[in-house]
Design a protein around this ligand. Structure first.
Ligand code: OAD
Length: 247
């Protein structure tokens, strides 16, 4: 792995516009379970039954009880780990310009990154399904499910459920960031959910180097990524940042 760490450090040193695409894997070390693979959320819950907008509309109490309340408990207490902090350091060194994240946990912003595109929305806010008023998730009382707005409407997380559109601004801004970057770090995503999985392909088509960080291979590994550094995001990013300091 050491050779690949040095290679990534050199590639980052010469890059002028770096973007990152992140997925659930980068938050695993913060105690947030991923969706797929061992211990993944979708091993226990069928996403079509609990994470599809139709499922939420049909039975919000069921989805709140099985998924959203637990998500709130986990996300409320999660802190950025070395993976998030490593990406924040790359922004401080003026390398990393934009993070496109599929995560809804807000940990990139908590680590200090300032340009974060939340492709699947954010869990930081709940919004009323009737009047649209927003409430900070941390402050929402979940002693009664479903929590309700002052107007009586049911609150839903401000995330993208399956069956919903990606927010238009997130969509076009990430396309732009992918086209503009000369290196894209793809960290902790299984790259199987569209349209997010297209983002590294857009970057590649526009001439960017693609560097994947993941303990497992993904559908991008052979055809799209220039190389995969097989390991956890925290350790790998720590080592890359340390190696950059020696260049
Ligand atoms: P997944 O759960 O599909 O994939 C997590 C990836 O992280 C896998 O490839 C793991 O190998 C990798 N991984 C595990 N531990 C890691 C670590 N310590 N460091 C780095 N990588 C690690 O998560 P996503 O790709 O983010 O969408 O999933 C994409 C979307 O599917 C999510 O945004 C969510 C989900 O259904 C919606 O809810 C709309």
């Amino acid at each position: 792995m050491e050779d690949l760490i040095k290679r990534a450090a050199k590639d980052l040193a010469v890059a002028v516009n770096v973007a990152a695409l992140t997925g659930a894997g980068i938050s695993v070390e913060s105690g947030i379970p991923p969706f797929r693979g061992k211990g993944g959320l979708w091993e226990r819950l069928d996403p079509m039954e609990f994470a599809h907008i139709n499922a939420f509309m049909r039975d919000p109490v069921k989805v709140w009880k099985a998924l959203v309340r637990e998500m709130k408990e986990i996300v409320d207490r999660a802190e950025p780990n070395d993976g998030h902090k490593g990406l924040a350091k790359l922004e401080t060194r003026d390398k990393l310009k934009t993070i496109i994240t599929q995560n809804i946990d807000g940990l990139h912003q908590a680590a200090g990154n300032t340009d974060v595109i939340e492709y699947h929305g954010t869990f930081a806010w709940q919004r009323c399904m009737d009047c649209g008023k927003k409430y900070e998730t941390r402050k929402v009382d979940v002693s009664e499910i479903p929590p309700r707005c002052g107007c009586g409407g049911i609150l839903r997380p401000d995330i993208v459920f399956f069956g919903e559109m990606i927010p238009a601004e997130a969509m076009w801004r990430s396309r732009q960031a992918a086209s503009d970057c000369d290196l894209m770090l793809v960290v902790g995503t299984s790259a199987v959910v569209q349209p997010a999985a297209m983002i590294p392909i857009i970057a590649k088509e526009n001439g960017a180097k693609i560097v994947e960080i993941n303990p497992e291979r993904t559908p991008l590994t052979v055809e799209v990524s220039d190389y995969l550094i097989m390991g956890g995001a925290g350790e790998v990013l720590n080592r890359i940042v340390a190696a950059m300091e020696k260049i």
